[in-house]
Design a protein around this ligand. Sequence first.
Ligand SMILES: [Zn+2]
Length: 255
Amino acid sequence: MHDEAQYLDKGLAKTAFAFRSPVAISSVVSGGEAAQLGLQPGDGIAAVDGVDVTGPIAVKKGRATARVEKIQTLLADAFAKSGSAVVSMKTAAGPKDVKLQPPAVCASVFWVDAKTKLDAGADGTSVRVTEGMMAFAAVDDAELAAVVAHEMAHNLLRHRDRLAATGRAKKQVLATEIEADRLSVWLMQNAGYDPAAALRFIERFGRKTGLGIFSDATHLRWGNRQMLMQAEIDGMTQVDARNGLRSPPLLNPSN
Ligand SMILES: [Zn+2]
């Protein structure tokens, strides 16, 4: 899903992506549930279980993704409650109600924040990458995977909950950053990316920014992050793969 509000030039976005409602399907996974229901990119989402989602959303006003987030929350709540939701769509052929009964998938959602700043973040359930970061990482898909893997690791390790319990002292935040770096290379390896791309990314990023979120006392300097991740990669190659996957000790402390 995407919202026309996420684009600086709404007219151009509507021309390029159809947008039959302010929030529309941006792409459909082939063979997935939406594809089987005949849904297509551009089809608009008008309501979820009768709740209209085409107007401005009062909460998080001014945030371009507010409506998308509202829809995601409505869907997640409906799936948790009954396993399904009726979504009112606006398709090329007219209005259409579809009943969604999705299988369990990845616990994180991923979205692009239309900002030029080089930034990424994780809030426990979603992974956010800015447009600026997407462009910076675009030299190599594996470098973008490194950014996403680091943020996904924060969610998998429930760092937000942990910091809420321990407080966000620099030492505590640094510990979560080190864990996210360590787990990220396992996630990359298991997803078929070269984990060494994380080292290349962090060097380019460190040289480019010098200052900023990744270089204050809550984050190691890029050279130290490289050493940390290289050590993790070296250790990972000693672990036997099962069905092509290596089980990260950080996610399975008992193993
Ligand atoms: Zn981090």
